[in-house]
Design a protein around this ligand. Structure first.
Ligand SMILES: NC(=O)c1ccc[n+]([C@@H]2O[C@H](COP(=O)([O-])OP(=O)(O)OC[C@H]3O[C@@H](n4cnc5c(N)ncnc54)[C@H](OP(=O)(O)O)[C@@H]3O)[C@@H](O)[C@H]2O)c1
Length: 327
């Protein structure tokens, strides 16, 4: 079968290659999925560029991709929650990375039925970003009338986080640049802030929650705009100590500067390292079918153009999700 593989670490155009490899065989708890679409995420190209090689060591060549939608074509002896022919979607576990291929095996505990009212391409864009948005916002205990700033509302994560926060009844501020303002507003954001022309800290402050999807200075600046006792929930800042422990990072201490800011604001600071979760994927399916969440697809590439798709995503300018279609 054909697979898009990381063959060496480095620039995307040199690190990726389309290869002919053996079709995977199922273990007792796996389903074998004929891939219809795979969506791309920044973690994929960060892995290919070699930025995560200590944390996620790989034996190269290794097939790229975590997000998938497709059809179950075979299953292991112990699988009783799926049948051949089921239309599914998944964020595959780390050890089963490799969704940009004609087939992928997935532990059936990490698989959910695909939302019935959307295409395979749209469905493939939901798992990683949807799970990230839900897990990060639930860690902050988001609830009705919370005032929240979601950074990068036009990104894969941000575009779903806006919709999830609105479904929870929150008041949503979000940052993006002007070219995205209209469609991001249409997702339900109450106030879209053009980060190139406006100071987001002036527009949005005294907030209950900041969802930091950008990291670096944005993580620290979040404490300037939360109210006393407010919450900063991040996917790009330094891990909190509890999550660092779960991630297996030894002898980790939160940076002093962050500790000081947390203390000054009596704030809650949480880091999310997204985990595959089939129950939450089923919740997302329900929300999509009920019209509370819609997938935002930017561009769909053919499998043969997969390397171009990754180069586009890595510009950091995607407007929603970038998808590879194998249908
Ligand atoms: N910890 C975890 O488990 C986890 C999970 C998922 C993702 N992540 C990380 O979270 C980050 C976001 O992921 P993603 O999938 O949403 O990325 P993405 O789809 O590639 O984000 C692209 C979007 O970011 C916007 N953007 C870039 N710089 C901005 C800024 N300074 N202010 C406001 N918007 C800005 C861009 O809008 P403009 O073109 O208008 O600038 C673009 O629409 C990535 O670094 C990813 O690796 C972490």
């Amino acid at each position: 079968m054909k697979a898009l593989q990381i063959v060496k670490y480095g620039e995307i155009k040199d690190s990726l290659s389309i290869n002919e490899i053996e079709k995977p065989s199922v273990k007792p708890n796996d389903v074998l999925v004929e891939v219809k679409a795979a969506s791309l995420n920044p973690i994929d190209y960060k892995i290919a560029e070699g930025h995560l090689k200590e944390m996620l060591p790989l034996k190269l060549p290794s097939t790229i991709g975590f997000d998938v939608s497709g059809v179950v074509v075979d299953k292991g002896a112990d699988v009783n929650n799926f049948e051949i022919g089921d239309e599914i979607y998944s964020r595959v576990p780390q050890e089963q990375m490799g969704t940009v291929a004609e087939f992928v095996t997935i532990n059936s505990d990490k698989v959910a039925k695909k939302p019935a009212n959307i295409s395979f391409e749209e469905a493939s864009g939901l798992p990683l970003t949807g799970l990230t948005a839900i897990q990060a916002l639930e860690k902050a205990g988001i609830k009705e009338d919370d005032r929240i700033l979601i950074h990068a509302g036009s990104g894969g994560v941000g575009s779903l986080a806006i919709q999830y926060a609105k479904a929870k009844g929150a008041i949503v501020y979000t940052t993006t640049s002007s070219k995205n303002a209209d469609w991001v507003k249409a997702l339900g954001a109450d106030r879209v802030i053009d980060y190139k022309t406006e100071d987001y800290k002036v527009v949005a402050n005294n907030l209950d929650i900041v969802f930091d999807t950008l990291g670096d200075d944005y993580t620290f600046e979040a404490f300037e705009i939360i109210k006393d006792g407010g919450k900063v929930t991040t996917i790009m800042g330094p891990p909190d100590e509890e999550t660092a422990k779960k991630m297996g990072i030894k002898d980790y201490k939160l940076p002093e500067q962050l500790l000081k800011l947390i203390k000054e604001k009596s704030a809650v600071y949480k880091y999310t390292w997204m985990q595959p979760n089939a129950e939450q994927l089923t919740d997302i399916k329900t929300m999509v079918e009920d019209g509370d969440i819609k997938p935002i697809v930017d561009l769909i590439y053919s499998f043969e153009d997969g390397i171009d798709a990754y180069e586009y995503l890595a510009t950091g300018r995607a407007q929603g999700k970038v998808i590879i279609s194998l249908s």
